[in-house]
Each structure stands twice: as structure tokens, then as C-alpha cells.
Design a protein around this ligand. Structure first.
Ligand code: NAG
Ligand code: NAG
Ligand code: NAG
Ligand code: NAG
Ligand code: NAG
Ligand code: NAG
Ligand code: NAG
Ligand code: NAG
Ligand code: NAG
Ligand code: NAG
Length: 694
């Protein structure tokens, strides 16, 4: 056993007295990881060289800006002149082309067609997805490409939603994409207004960025650690959510009746950049956390939640946990007061009305309502019950901090009884995990299908339904049964939907809850890091890279082919995971008035981590470093918290029997109470309590 080990904890001013890791650059070292374009006008970085076809002169002009690029087609037998530009990463907004003239060879202006794609795999002669694909009637403007009629003058064309001449030469407008293919051709239906002959001179291509521009000066949170990939993924996740943070406009939104007049013109968090441009509220469970922890820009989440609260279904249905997140992370207690009845109607109305008195479980009998993956399941589904327990406990925690003791007590005791009911009815002893909870397709109500899901099992652990032993058993089962090179699958069998290969489909969204459960369960940290690295390492190394995908299918491919959104905010759990577990910072009451700082320092091979967490009163700063040597381990934790706040700091003992612990330079006499395992520390002027982890 190593004996002369030191665990040093520094609080308050010590951080600013110069104990820092890394070089003291003029620009903070984290800034190099930021992915945002420098300004709202974004230029392509390359012309995809082997994609140029036909008579194209000076193709690189579109990138180097020296001479215009000219696409010419003199006869019908000539190939269609084509060029592909690459923006280097996924981007979103309205494309512009700067023209320096055109020449007509027959009647009509030379026409251009544009096809957008997030990946080269789905870069074809139609966009991988375009708004008209899912529109109907007058809203359906195109058959997959945007069209331009190039005039014989110097002007800038912008890809606005609409048609240039009646129903001719139409464009869908806004796109989320990395690559755009541009070629000289006119649709037969656009004749005689445009023609497939002639020449077009293009002197520039650019994108007017429409989403949140997350440049370094907008960051109020940050994260860095000794593993550069993990660090980079934190910023990639932020960029992915930034791409989906945008103003709600009916003409730029998912056309399948997603338009909400009360949201028009407001900032919202969309699901995806290219597709699903609709504020689906379930996604906020992850994407809002990324938003709060990076730019502390809560308005888009609040607008979506308020809109939902104002349209609460008469039966009370609304997802409650995201409302609690908003209040905990942003401290907006006036929001909590305004919508407290909404929360009560959901927890005490809708959920209570759907609880079966014989089993004490919530039943999903309404098969018409889809969850995050529109899963064909009904009955006492573990996922809904676990979410209910989580929402009850979390709302109870919030009620306590708001002094609403009756609500707090009622909800926590109901959380406990629903949790017990889940364990006694839904747990499958034969594998050591919860059943999904409903019958197999076609089987009688009340029977349990032999299938288990990632969502119910993970959230049951996080909601505190299981003890540490059972949690570890579930997580071991899950790792063994569902591990893939690109993450862990969301089902251990495909029985609920045999054609869809559920047992090899990975959702980063639901994996957030599993990885969080691993970080929260003793002994599982290394499996949490392993899963993070498989999942995010896969997306980071496959086209389009950087942004995070809606879902991953068999073989690690985009799960719904070209339709898949490759920039989906719900998949950015890496951000709250690294901030909440590796830095270890979480709010314990609204606005981080009380907090916990409990970093996971083992299992990931990390030697240091540091970062900042925005709160309404300012930043919480944390950094830790461990040095493992033959002679011992030295672990140093620096924290800077805010005046008037208080919380719990967990000091890991790193398996040492008798560590020396000092705080602000003075040794701390730790005599942990064996029943609770924590010691109170009277730090001069401080209000910290710290926990010594076994
Ligand atoms: C390519 O286009 C230019 C400009 O229109 C023309 O001068 C040239 O002859 C064309 N080249 C071929 C091979 O068609
Ligand atoms: C159009 O722009 C080109 C350079 O891109 C320039 O040579 C030409 O004179 C311009 N024409 C007019 C009419 O402004
Ligand atoms: C949406 O568009 C995709 C093609 O991108 C198509 O496969 C799908 O059927 C469409 N769905 C609806 C509901 O229009
Ligand atoms: C799409 O193509 C179909 C079949 O060619 C055609 O009937 C329809 O008018 C086209 N729609 C649009 C919006 O271009
Ligand atoms: C959508 O409509 C708004 C006006 O309501 C307009 O400012 C915007 O440019 C339009 N977007 C596109 C892509 O055409
Ligand atoms: C617009 O389309 C109509 C019908 O195809 C055509 O008659 C008209 O000439 C077009 N406008 C122009 C400016 O070409
Ligand atoms: C808090 O929420 C209220 C009500 O939803 C809203 O009007 C207000 O702007 C929010 N305050 C802050 C500081 O965001
Ligand atoms: C839901 O269905 C179960 C049986 O499948 C039944 O026991 C329960 O009463 C139903 N709940 C509601 C609210 O209809
Ligand atoms: C954990 O829970 C399980 C099932 O609820 C129970 O059988 C077991 O005794 C518990 N283990 C501990 C260590 O409390
Ligand atoms: C791991 O899974 C395989 C089948 O997928 C099973 O045969 C084996 O018993 C499992 N091992 C453990 C330790 O659960």
C-alpha cells in the first residue's frame, strides 16, 4: 500500500493565486477546440476535386476567389458541367451564389441545379433531404434540387424559399449540409424560362449562417482534459446544438404540421439542422443541458417549454423533467412559479390517472402516442415508469428548495412506491435487468415480452430505483448483450420490430442515460469511458465528422440512410456527461445556489481536467490533477465557487487507506463518520462540506 500520498483541496482564491494547469496563453487554451465559423458569412474550404465533370474552367475559383468559375455547355451531347464544394463541416443557413454573368445559347436563361448533402455517401443528383420531400400541396416546391435561372449580370442570388417565375425555378431555401453539388441544367418543367445550354460565371459561393453563432466570446462554460478527443467532443457537441438553435420560421421548419404560430419569430431549439426542424420536447432532456452548460443561453429552451406548457393537453400530459432542468440550471424561479400548476397537472393529473391501482405501475394504453423512436410498445413499460420516478424525485427536490413541502413529500413518497412496484413486477431475474415491460407484438395484455431496453434500465438506475449491486448487474448485462463498435444498442433483441434490427441500432440520445448511469454507479466508470469513446469516436471519424447523428444503424451507418439527420442536438450527451461527471459539477438547487462538485477521476486514464460552469451569479471553476508515481499519488482539486453559495465537494481517496488531505495548505483532520461517510470541514470563510469517497 502506498503510504505517503497527498490529496490537496484548494478553494476560493487559491485558483487565482496561480495554481493552474497548462500554459498561460493569452487566449484561453480551450478556444482552439471551438468549431463555430468566425462570422455569419461562411465560405467553402475545398472543391471536391474528383467530382468536377464536363466543361468547368477554373474550378478552384470558388474557394480561392481569384477568377470566376465558368460552367459551359454548348450542345445537348455535352456532359452536364458539375462542381462540388465542401464547407469542411456541417453548416446551416441560406446559400448565396455571386454571379458575374451568363450567356444564353437558346431561348431561356441558363439554369443551375443544386443538391445538398451532409455526407459524400448520400451526395447524389438530389439532396439527401430537402423540405419538399416531406411537404404536400402548395408547400411542395421541388423534387429534390433547388433551381436557379442565371441572369446575364453581376448579382448575388440567395437561396430563398419560393419560385422565381410562378411555379417555375423553385427552391426550398434553408439547408443543413456539408457538401453542395452545383450543375448546369434546367428542369423540363422550367422551360422555356431556363435552358440546359449556355454558360454561367460564378465568382463566389457563401452561406449566410442562420443558427446560433457560437464563437469563443459567447462561451460561458468550458471543458478540457488530458484526452484531447474527449475535449474536442465537448465542443463538437456544443456546435451540434448551436446548429439547431435558430429562429422559428414556418418556411424554414419541418413542413409536417410542425408550424406553431405562437413560436413564429422566436428562438427555439430544433431537433436537427437539416431535418426535423421542429422543437420536439423530448430532445430537450439532453440538448437543453448542452445549451445551458456552454453559452448559458436558455431562451430557446424556455420558449419551447413555455409554448408546450401553454398548450398542455387537457389530460395534463407534458414531459416534466425538462421543466425542472430549466429551473435548476438557470435559476429562473419565476418560471417555476408561473408553471408550477402545469407541473402539478402532469405529475398528479396525467400520470396518476394512468397508474393502475393493482400493480402501482403507470400503463401506456394510448398506443397512438409515440415516444422518441415511435416504438410499438404498450402496457406497464419500464421506460415510462422509470421516467415518472425520475420526474417525481427531481420535482420533489425542486419543491423542497422552493419551500413547497407538501408537494415535495407527496412526490418523493410516490417516487418510492412506483420504484418498488417496478422492481417487484418488471425485473427479469433470469438476466438481471428490467423487462421492456409490455407484451410481445400480438401477445395478450399483461404478459411480458422477453426483451429489455436501454432506456428503461438506464433511467431506472438514475432515478434511484435500484441499489448499487443491482445497478452494476444491469450495466454488466447491458454491456455484454448490446456492445457494438459504435456504441451500445438500445434493445437486446429486435422482437418488437423484426425488420428494423433494434439490437444493432444505437441512439446517442438514450445512450446518454446509460453512460450517466455508469458514471453514477460505483465501479462502472471505466465502462462509461469505454462507451463514450466507442460512440463519439465513431461519429467523429465518419463523414461528416464533428456533428452528432440522430441515430446509428447496423454496421455503424446512418440509421435511416440519406434521411438521417447528421447534426442532432439530442445526441450531444457528451457535453453534460463531461461537465457533470468528469468535472463533476451539478446544481442541487435552482441556479446552483447549492451545488455538488464530485469529479470521477478514475477509469478513463485521465490525468487532469478543468473547466467552467455558468451559473446566474457567475462561473464555478474546477480543475483537478492527479500524479501517480512509485512513491505515491498526489491528487489536487481546485475549486472556485460563488459567494453565498454552498455545496458538497467529493474528494476521491483513489483506493488509499490513509490519505493525507489538506485544504488551502492546512492539513485536514478527517474522521469520517462511518455511518454516513462524510465529514464536515470548517474552512475559514467557506461553507463547503466535503465527502470522502470510499
Ligand atoms: C468550354 O467552354 C468555353 C466557354 O464557353 C468554350 O470556349 C470552350 O470551347 C469549351 N470547351 C469545350 C471543350 O467544349
Ligand atoms: C462583372 O464582374 C466581373 C468580374 O467578376 C467584371 O470583370 C465585369 O466588369 C463585371 N460586369 C459588370 C457589368 O459590372
Ligand atoms: C419524408 O421524406 C423522405 C425522403 O427524404 C421520404 O422517404 C419519407 O417518406 C417522407 N415522409 C413523409 C411523411 O413525407
Ligand atoms: C415532381 O415530379 C413529378 C413527376 O415527374 C411531377 O409530376 C411533379 O410536378 C414534380 N413536382 C415538382 C414540385 O416539381
Ligand atoms: C422565410 O420567411 C421570412 C419572412 O417571414 C424571410 O425573412 C426568410 O428569408 C424566409 N426564409 C427563406 C429561406 O426563404
Ligand atoms: C415566366 O413564365 C411564363 C410561363 O412559362 C412565361 O410566359 C414568361 O415569359 C416567364 N417570364 C419570364 C420573365 O421569362
Ligand atoms: C424567467 O421566466 C419567465 C417566465 O417564463 C420569463 O418571462 C423571464 O424572461 C425569465 N427570466 C430570465 C432571467 O430568463
Ligand atoms: C390500462 O390497461 C391495463 C391493462 O392492460 C388496465 O389494467 C388499466 O386499467 C388501463 N389503464 C387505463 C388508465 O386505462
Ligand atoms: C439490492 O436490491 C436487490 C433487489 O431489490 C436485493 O435483493 C439486494 O439484497 C439488495 N442488495 C443490497 C446490497 O442491498
Ligand atoms: C454474454 O452474452 C452471451 C450471449 O450474448 C451469453 O451467452 C453470456 O452468458 C453472457 N455473459 C455474461 C457474463 O452475461
Amino acid at each position: 500500500m502506498v503510504s505517503n500520498s497527498l490529496i490537496a483541496l484548494y478553494t476560493g482564491l487559491v485558483l487565482s493565486n496561480g495554481v493552474q494547469f497548462g500554459a498561460a496563453d493569452t487566449a484561453p487554451s480551450w478556444q482552439k477546440y471551438v468549431r463555430s465559423p468566425a462570422s455569419n458569412t461562411v465560405k467553402p474550404v475545398a472543391v471536391v476535386s474528383d467530382s468536377t465533370v464536363g466543361n468547368v474552367s477554373n474550378p478552384n475559383g470558388l474557394v480561392d476567389g481569384q477568377e470566376p468559375t465558368v460552367l459551359s455547355r454548348n450542345t445537348e451531347s455535352d456532359q452536364l458541367p458539375t462542381i462540388v464544394v465542401d464547407f469542411g463541416q456541417n453548416v446551416v443557413g441560406v446559400l448565396s451564389l455571386q454571379f458575374s454573368g451568363s450567356q444564353s445559347l437558346s431561348t431561356g436563361l441558363p439554369g443551375l441545379r443544386l443538391a445538398f448533402s451532409e455526407t459524400t455517401e448520400y451526395l447524389t443528383d438530389r439532396s439527401d433531404f430537402t423540405r419538399s420531400d416531406n411537404a404536400s400541396g402548395n408547400e411542395k416546391l421541388t423534387n429534390g434540387t433547388d433551381q436557379v435561372a442565371v441572369k446575364n449580370s453581376n448579382y448575388t442570388w440567395s437561396d430563398l424559399h419560393g419560385c422565381e417565375n410562378g411555379t417555375q425555378v423553385c427552391s426550398d431555401g434553408l439547408h443543413g449540409f456539408r457538401y453542395v453539388k452545383i450543375w448546369l441544367e434546367a428542369l423540363a418543367s422550367d422551360a422555356p424560362y431556363t435552358s440546359s445550354l449556355g454558360s454561367v460565371s460564378i465568382s463566389g459561393v457563401s452561406l449566410e449562417w442562420s443558427a446560433y453563432l457560437g464563437t469563443p466570446d459567447t462561451f460561458t462554460g468550458s471543458f478540457e482534459c488530458s484526452d484531447e478527443s474527449l475535449t474536442q467532443w465537448w465542443y463538437d457537441g456544443v456546435y451540434t446544438v448551436d446548429m439547431g438553435t435558430d429562429v422559428f420560421l414556418a418556411n424554414e421548419t419541418e413542413p409536417r404540421s410542425a408550424s406553431s404560430p405562437t413560436l413564429e419569430g422566436k428562438q427555439v431549439l430544433f431537433d436537427g439542422a437539416k431535418r426535423d426542424r421542429d422543437p420536439y420536447v423530448g430532445d430537450l432532456a439532453v440538448s437543453s443541458l448542452t445549451s445551458y452548460l456552454s453559452h448559458d443561453f436558455a431562451e430557446p429552451s424556455r420558449n419551447v417549454l413555455e409554448d408546450l406548457a401553454q398548450h398542455q393537453r387537457s389530460d395534463g400530459w407534458i414531459p416534466p423533467a425538462s421543466i425542472v432542468d430549466l429551473v435548476m440550471y438557470t435559476g429562473n424561479t419565476s418560471y417555476a412559479n408561473t408553471y408550477w400548476n402545469t407541473l402539478k397537472n402532469a405529475l398528479d393529473g396525467y400520470y396518476a390517472a394512468n397508474t393502475d391501482s393493482a400493480t402501482g405501475l403507470l400503463y401506456k394504453n394510448d398506443t397512438g402516442y409515440g415516444d422518441y423512436a415511435f416504438l410499438p410498445r404498450s402496457g406497464p413499460v419500464t421506460y415510462y415508469n422509470a421516467l415518472y420516478v425520475h420526474a417525481l424525485s427531481y420535482a420533489s427536490q425542486l419543491a423542497t428548495s422552493l419551500g413547497l413541502d407538501d408537494d415535495a413529500e407527496r412526490w418523493s413518497s410516490r417516487a418510492s412506491s412506483v420504484g418498488k412496484a417496478l422492481l417487484s413486477h418488471n425485473f427479469d431475474q433470469s438476466v438481471g435487468a428490467f423487462y421492456d415491460g409490455g407484451p410481445c407484438p400480438g401477445a395478450a395484455a399483461g404478459t411480458y415480452c422477453n426483451v429489455h431496453s436501454q432506456d428503461g434500465n438506464s433511467i431506472a438506475i438514475l432515478a434511484g430505483v435500484t441499489n448499487d449491486t443491482t445497478s452494476a448487474q444491469i450495466l454488466d448485462y447491458w454491456q455484454n448483450a448490446t456492445s457494438q463498435g459504435y456504441g451500445n444498442a438500445f434493445y437486446d433483441s429486435s422482437i418488437l420490430s423484426p425488420g428494423d434490427q433494434f439490437n444493432s441500432r444505437v441512439y446517442a440520445f438514450i445512450s446518454y442515460f446509460e453512460i450517466a448511469a455508469r458514471f453514477a454507479t460505483p465501479g462502472q466508470a471505466s465502462s462509461a469511458f469505454d462507451e463514450l469513446r466507442r460512440l463519439y469516436g465513431w461519429m467523429a471519424s465518419h463523414d461528416p465528422q464533428i456533428t452528432m447523428w440522430e441515430g446509428i444503424g447496423p454496421g455503424g451507418a446512418p440509421y435511416e440512410g440519406a434521411f438521417t439527420s447528421m447534426a442532432h442536438g439530442w445526441s450531444t450527451g457528451v457535453v453534460p456527461l463531461l461537465t457533470g461527471y468528469v468535472l463533476g459539477v451539478k446544481p442541487q438547487s435552482p441556479g446552483f445556489k447549492t451545488w455538488s462538485i464530485c469529479p470521477v477521476v478514475d477509469g478513463g486514464g485521465l490525468t487532469w481536467a478543468k473547466g467552467q460552469v455558468p451559473t446566474p451569479q457567475g462561473k464555478i471553476e474546477v480543475s483537478w490533477e492527479r500524479e501517480d508515481a512509485q512513491t505515491g499519488v498526489v491528487f489536487t482539486l481546485n475549486i472556485e465557487t460563488l459567494d453565498g453559495s454552498s455545496g458538497v465537494v467529493c474528494v476521491p481517496t483513489l483506493g488509499l487507506d490513509n490519505p493525507t488531505i489538506s485544504m488551502d495548505g492546512a492539513p485536514v483532520n478527517v474522521s469520517p463518520d462511518p455511518t454516513t461517510g462524510w465529514a464536515s470541514v470548517d474552512a475559514a470563510g467557506g461553507k463547503h462540506v466535503f465527502t470522502v469517497e470510499a
